[in-house]
Design a protein around this ligand. Structure first.
Ligand code: SF4
Ligand code: SF4
Ligand code: SF4
Ligand code: FES
Length: 733
């Protein structure tokens, strides 16, 4: 026996043992990418290096043998630095997207590719569960979200983006009419959390913490929960019956909802903080920003969200027949279209830039135009003029576009001496909204007048008090942004309640350079748009405008997805190792070898652009299976793993045993699932024994949402059985 020390631990091993084996036998982790004990040592990746006292060079632990008295360090600075460089070199030539761009551009990181793919496969309840991992109000958010996911969707570079948001509400509506899914809750922790504000941020953080087993109480000043979703979004975009149902599902997770209680009047932050283990302030931004234009105090000049809230509350709203709305965002469009529905005869939208610069969604502008809203682009109000304290007209300065400003948009500048006057009965100012800072005066505010909250932990100036959403840092944004913060805040609060720290380092992921992707050769397939009510049918009522997808339409639309994110994301060993180190492969980035080959067969999908030339597939095919269906072709930088004689895989001797796929540490080889559309899913794997020709044979069964989606041979009997995957699957009870 040999005596040695690894990371200070004294161990004994038999002669001939490698350092890697010795470490593993003693529960010490050393990363490897080209090693597997089923095949001979190759020593290619350089990840397994360790430092041994008295030996100047780092040793590759997969091949270096232990010797008596060795003192080994597997995590010294030199070792870490060497692995980092090895990893950076590997990743600099690795061409893959770990995560699809749609998901990366969603502020809540919703797995869009996952649920779109599941919808394409008709797996609606699985799609809904995936969405609810990030969004507890998917039917509502699907209807109102300006969908940054779609802006990033690569299908848009081929023809039109996938209608991701519509697909979300499609899956969510099915659930509302059927199961009303509630996730399993963790056992009660005995901790109590107060949430101030029942808008999208408050509801989301409450839902997450309730699922974690905490007792959560929401306090809200309005008569019903929902915040801006209820009081800022008109009924024709989001029917409140849908919102009510989604809120009642959140309530069924155990969240206690307390309405008609006002911060500063009925309670204070400090009073809640003394009673609860944590307090989360999610009060939103309820004050319309003003334009600082003379005459703004006149009767008949109304704030955009004040107007929408009054309509939602069914208060008396008298806007008259001629209405001007100032602003170019979605709230301005909501105000314009609501004014039309209230019977205004002439509705003008005044915006100081052109349509191209309008921040509102294009569909909102188009539908407003169809409903008769008249747009006055390149105009800016310079005074609201009144008689006896009531607004009578508005004077507009005519503008033109000048040089780009800090936001990159061309700055509107006045055309000297050119103005226009419009007679009005009322003016709605919808240029933004802000926090009512008096409500939160107990907390430290930033120079914008918003609550100062740490961007990672959401902690405020008071211990135990967290803040999220429109009331914090940069101020009001879209609902999904607040939901993303709420999800991360729930992790932070959960850690705080357990006296733990949260990880704030953003883990590395591989991303493709879109400039290098060949979109031109992709087959075009135009988007399927959901049906909407015609302008005449909709403009005198608050019926929902968008009629949503039929099942057939939803499946067809979802099937257009290009499957951008890597199918191996959940079990990729390359990514697992990469994320352990603070790597920056861009410093080695040269010209990316364009080596994608769609050389797949019925069961195995090959993508050579993700191959790191570890050789495990080649060696296992030769040494274990004695088949050699694949080999290394070419030399130096041109080396590539390819089927023998560069033939299509199904024209080689490949017997689809799947061993190469199992050993491949990357997404270069993947085993297709039984789903028609391949989706990266966090599957669970179990080994099962089945009978093949009266012999015991082992297979690996992967399940998702309780359904078997892959059965993979897992020993020599099953690998040599010649059975297809379907035949193997039929053996699973
Ligand atoms: S193979 Fe791994 S590292 Fe590469 S894109 Fe796929 S998940 Fe990311
Ligand atoms: S094509 Fe699919 S995976 Fe790719 S960005 Fe669009 S929705 Fe996401
Ligand atoms: S395809 Fe083969 S050589 Fe390439 S990463 Fe996978 S196992 Fe290694
Ligand atoms: S060099 Fe040892 S595992 Fe790759």
């Amino acid at each position: 026996m040999l005596n040695l020390t690894i990371n200070g631990k004294k161990i004994q091993v038999e002669e001939g043992t490698t350092i890697l084996q010795a470490a593993r036998e003693n529960g010490i982790y050393i990363p490897t990418l080209c090693y597997d004990d089923a095949v001979k040592v190759y020593g290619a990746c350089g990840l397994c290096v360790v430092e041994a006292e008295g030996i100047p060079k780092l040793l590759r632990s997969c091949s270096a043998k232990c010797s008596d008295g060795m003192v080994i360090n597997t995590e010294s600075d030199r070792v870490v630095q060497s692995r980092k460089v090895a990893m950076e070199l590997l990743m600099s030539a690795h061409d893959g997207d770990c995560i699809a761009p749609c998901q990366l551009n969603c502020p809540a990181r919703t797995d869009c590719q996952g649920y779109v793919g599941l919808i394409a496969n008709g797996e609606y309840d699985a799609a809904l569960k995936l969405i609810k991992n990030k969004i507890p109000l998917p039917a509502s958010i699907g209807r109102v979200c300006p969908h940054p996911c779609e802006t990033a969707c690569r299908r848009g570079k081929v023809d039109e983006p996938i209608n991701i948001a519509q697909l979300k509400s499609f899956a969510a509506d099915i659930d509302l009419n059927k199961d009303k899914y509630i996730p399993d809750k963790k056992p009660a922790t005995g901790k109590k959390v107060a949430v101030i504000g029942g808008g999208p941020a408050g509801l989301t953080v409450a839902y997450r913490l309730a699922v974690q087993g905490h007792e959560v109480h929401i306090f809200d000043k309005m008569e019903k929960m929902g915040g801006m979703l209820r009081y800022g979004i008109p009924q024709y975009r989001l029917p409140k019956e849908i919102l009510d149902e989604e809120i009642s599902i959140i309530e069924r997770t155990g969240v206690k909802m307390n309405n008609n209680l006002t911060l500063g009047k009925d309670y204070t932050i400090e009073s809640l903080n003394s009673f609860y283990d944590a307090v989360i302030v999610a009060v939103g931004a309820w004050k319309s920003s003003n334009m600082r234009t003379p005459g703004e105090e006149l009767d008949g000049v109304i704030g955009g969200i004040d107007f929408l809230r009054d309509v939602a509350l069914k208060n008396d709203v008298n806007i008259g027949e001629r209405v001007v709305i100032c602003g170019g965002g979605n709230t301005a469009m909501d105000a314009c279209r609501t004014a039309v529905r209230l019977g205004a005869k002439e509705v003008y939208c005044v915006y100081r830039r052109t349509r191209n610069e309008m921040p509102a969604e294009d569909i909102e502008i188009t539908e407003a135009e169809e409903e008769g809203v008249q747009f006055k682009f390149l105009t800016n109000p310079i005074s609201f003029n009144g008689e006896s304290g009531k607004v009578k007209s508005i004077t507009l300065q005519i503008m033109q576009l000048g040089e780009p400003d800090a936001s990159g948009r061309r700055k509107p500048v006045p055309v000297e001496g050119k103005t226009e006057e419009i007679e009005v009965d009322s003016v709605i100012v919808a240029i933004g909204q802000k926090l009512v800072s008096d409500d939160v005066k107990e907390l430290k505010l930033n120079d914008r007048g918003n609550i100062e909250a740490d961007i990672d932990t959401f902690k405020t100036s008071i211990d135990g008090v967290f803040a999220i959403g429109d009331a914090t840092n940069r101020g009001a944004s879209i609902a999904i942004e607040a939901i993303g913060e709420a999800n991360r805040c729930a992790v932070s609060v959960d850690a705080y309640l357990k006296n733990e720290e949260i990880e704030t380092r953003v883990p590395y992921i591989s991303r493709r350079d879109e400039e290098l992707i060949d979109f031109a050769s992709k087959e075009k397939c135009p988007a399927i748009k959901p049906k909407v009510l015609g302008a005449e049918q909709r403009k005198d009522n608050f019926d929902e405008v968008c009629l949503g997808y039929t099942e057939e339409e939803a499946k067809a639309e979802a099937s257009r997805c290009l499957e951008c994110g890597c199918k191996e994301y959940y079990k990729c060993r390359l990514l697992n190792v990469a994320q352990r180190y603070d790597i920056h492969p861009e410093r080695f980035k040269g010209e990316m070898p364009q080596k994608y080959t769609a050389n797949s067969n019925e069961f195995i999908e090959r993508n050579s652009a993700k191959c790191i030339l570890c050789g495990l597939c080649v060696r296992s095919c030769k040494e274990v299976m004695d088949i050699s269906a694949i080999g290394l072709l070419g030399r130096g930088f041109k080396t590539e793993v390819a089927p023998a004689f560069n033939l299509p895989l199904d024209q080689t001797k490949c017997n689809n045993c799947g061993l190469c796929v199992k050993l491949c540490p990357t997404g270069a080889l993947t085993e297709k699932s039984s789903l028609a559309k391949q989706v990266p899913l966090d599957e669970s794997y179990t080994e099962q024994t089945v009978k093949i020709n009266n012999q015991d044979a082992k297979v690996l069964v992967s399940r998702y949402n309780g359904k078997v989606i892959r059965v993979i041979p897992n020993d020599s009997v099953s690998r040599n059985s010649g059975l297809t995957r379907e035949e193997l699957a039929s053996l699973i009870k």
